[in-house]
Design a protein around this ligand. Structure first.
Ligand code: ZN
Length: 374
């Protein structure tokens, strides 16, 4: 199920290797065996790529620590053959924060470049030798290794600063624009700039027959389109609350109901998840997935209280709808219970209800515009 392997943790952030990671090591071993010949070349390739991924990890930790300083935790950092991803638990609301978080990654690489340059000068390696080494002209030596890592690290910084989603440069550009424009408009402009870059890469790749560049161009073009649509959902849902979408006519269970009764109720009501209530108090929540799993592992007469989840934070009628939508996705739920400020059970909000409100609002012209959160 879990397609990555935990290496270690830094300040509570798991650093994980995707199972496809050995592919890049194998590829590097083959490539460098061809360049430098034999086993020496293969070892050189594996060591060089491993060091490169240490730099990728530092880059991702740069993003994570910047996010942490705004109270945004990072779930994990996953390293795969195409690079690293720091999974932040949510995105910052303020463009200024997004700007700092996006810059923090490439800033780490720029810092490392200066550090390595200082080390190179201290060791008496001049710039000429540095670039000769990276071009493979120095043989499988330590100087070559150093050069390769040095040049790759600079490439990492430059590539990430290309102003196109999903690169850091795209986010930096959007954040800068969002200091002046509203968020959706800023995203649209940034996505269009990214698409122009994608087209230029694509044309250049076609002219030079560079298949890799064409792939990157297609990838960047798609990412820009997706970012624009995510942001429009956010723009539309922001400012709407649970009050406007949730239903109070929710089927509910009591703690002593059996799994069989819960399954029957799901079958005839069409409702997937159930709140467990006692009087007007919420005592637990039975998400669809938990009910399914329990039906396989427990007998039909088991009370729902034995399997219900008691650690799900309910939302209130004033909760922001976009935040609720993000929680549903992050926690893989189809619904969340709604309680009043004083803890009285009121009903449930489902992903479907949010989608309906989204369609309704989108089909109407906007009433309020220019909601810049800066
Ligand atoms: Zn980055």
């Amino acid at each position: 199920m879990n397609r990555s392997l935990k290496l270690f943790a830094v300040k509570g952030i798991d650093i994980r290797l995707h199972i496809t990671f050995p592919l890049i090591l194998g590829w590097a071993a083959l490539q460098f065996a061809q360049i430098y010949g034999g086993v020496n070349g293969a070892i050189f390739g594996i060591v060089a790529i491993s060091i490169l991924f240490v730099l990728v990890t530092l880059h991702e930790l740069g993003h994570s620590f910047a996010a942490m300083s705004y109270g945004i935790p990072t779930k994990q950092i996953i390293l795969s053959p195409i690079g690293g991803v720091a999974q932040l638990l949510r995105m910052p609301d303020k463009p200024g924060q997004e700007l700092v978080i996006a810059i923090a990654g490439p800033a780490v690489n720029i810092l490392m470049a200066f550090l390595m340059l200082a080390v190179a000068l201290a060791l008496g390696i001049d710039l000429n030798t540095l670039f000769r080494g990276a071009a493979g002209l120095e043989g499988a030596t330590l100087t070559s290794l150093f050069s390769y890592v040095f040049v790759s690290n600079i490439f990492l910084a430059v590539f990430n600063l290309i102003p196109a989603f999903p690169m850091d440069g795209g986010r930096i550009l959007r954040a800068l624009l969002a200091l002046r424009l509203d968020y959706a408009r800023a995203t649209k402009v940034a996505a269009n700039v990214g698409r122009v870059f994608a087209i230029l890469f694509g044309i250049y790749g076609l002219i030079n027959g560079n298949f890799f560049l064409i792939m990157i161009a297609i990838f960047i073009f798609g990412a820009g389109t997706q970012e624009a649509s995510v942001s429009s959902v956010r723009q539309i849902l922001r400012g709407h609350t649970v009050q406007q979408a949730f239903s109070s006519s929710t089927y509910r269970l009591e703690a002593n109901y059996t799994l069989q009764q819960a399954a029957n109720m799901a079958a005839y009501s069409g409702q997937r998840s159930f709140p467990i209530v006692s009087g007007d108090r919420l005592v637990g929540f039975l998400p669809q997935a938990v009910l399914h799993e329990a039906r396989r592992t427990y007998t039909a007469h088991t009370p729902v209280s034995a399997v219900m989840r008691t650690n799900i934070r309910p939302v209130t009628p004033n909760s922001d709808l976009y935040a609720v939508q993000e929680r549903l996705q992050a926690e893989r739920l189809d619904a969340l219970p709604v309680v009043s400020e004083i803890g009285r059970f009121l009903g449930m909000i489902t992903g479907q209800q949010i989608a309906e409100l989204f369609r309704l609002v989108r089909s109407q012209p906007p009433i309020i515009t220019g909601s810049n959160s800066a």
